[in-house]
Design a protein around this ligand. Structure first.
Ligand SMILES: [Zn+2]
Length: 65
């Protein structure tokens, strides 16, 4: 579930500081990352237009989970 492999920077603003979006029931490790602000929570269910990455600079979301 947790994939921190670097991908491309934000396609909208070019920022490299993007956060992974986590889905489903968060486990202990994921919960800690969410509390630390190292990841954001996308919801319990993964819907078809869900995204993998979130850009805190411009709020853009992109990529497939
Ligand atoms: Zn951005």
């Amino acid at each position: 579930m947790i994939d921190t492999t670097p991908t491309t920077a934000c396609p909208q603003c070019g920022s490299e500081r993007r956060l992974p979006i986590e889905y489903g029931d968060p486990n202990e490790e994921t919960r800690e990352r969410l509390l630390e602000g190292a990841a954001i929570y996308g919801g319990r269910y993964l819907d078809p237009d869900a995204h993998r990455w979130f850009c805190p600079a411009c709020q853009h979301r992109w990529g497939n989970p």
